[in-house]
Design a protein around this ligand. Structure first.
Ligand SMILES: CC(C)(COP(=O)(O)OP(=O)(O)OC[C@H]1O[C@@H](n2cnc3c(N)ncnc32)[C@H](O)[C@@H]1OP(=O)(O)O)[C@@H](O)C(=O)NCCC(=O)NCCS
Length: 162
């Protein structure tokens, strides 16, 4: 990543800026409480990239447990990280920020939350994002037809992280 950028944890004061980056860069937009809920529950995997004191990108993730249905072994299924949203402002793209955000989030998922895998959904037409995910080691697992509100299909991509 260009050394003039730093990565740090999201803080509540970043919320308006993160919401504005989300609205500018992605059709999938969320309420304030959705962002705050992720910050409160998974603060180490909600990260921002900052340049000259201004937030220019973010990644927001969560940790999920797939319970196996065997109720007497509640922790039998490994935890998975889930990348919910990532965006970098267009004028700051192609400087390694997206990659740095994902790599730090993956590191924290494994080290802090003990997740063994990470997965995400991506529009099948979103070549920049698909390329980025492949570059950091994600592979396409399957397609979900009509996953997005406008009917576009999604790839589910995943990566082992421990
Ligand atoms: C996807 C996104 C986060 C990438 O952020 P970024 O900071 O530009 O990514 P990086 O600079 O770290 O790129 C890393 C690699 O990803 C791939 N990549 C990134 N942007 C690309 C593009 N426009 N076209 C093709 N490949 C691209 C390249 O392999 C790149 O490596 P390289 O620059 O050495 O060739 C950014 O394009 C974005 O915010 N897009 C809009 C929001 C979005 O689609 N989010 C994902 C939703 S699933």
């Amino acid at each position: 990543m260009d050394p003039s950028y730093i990565l740090r944890r999201f803080e509540l004061r970043d919320l308006p800026r993160v919401i504005s980056i989300n609205r500018r860069c992605l059709p999938e937009n969320y309420s304030e409480s959705f962002f705050i809920g992720h910050y409160e529950n998974f603060p180490e995997i909600f990260l921002v990239a900052e340049k000259d004191g201004e937030v220019v990108g973010y990644i927001m993730c969560r940790i999920e447990s797939d319970f196996s249905g065997i109720s007497f072994i509640p922790f039998s299924s490994p935890k998975k990280g889930h990348i919910i949203s990532i965006a970098v402002l267009p004028e700051h793209q192609r400087k390694g920020i997206g990659r740095a955000l994902i790599e730090k989030a993956l590191e924290n998922m494994a080290k802090i939350y003990n997740a063994k895998k990470c997965y995400l959904e991506v529009r099948v037409s979103n070549y920049p994002a698909i390329n980025l995910y492949k570059k950091v080691g994600f592979e396409v697992q399957r397609i979900v037809k009509g996953y997005y509100a406008d009917g576009e299909n999604a790839y589910i991509m995943s990566k082992d992280i421990q």
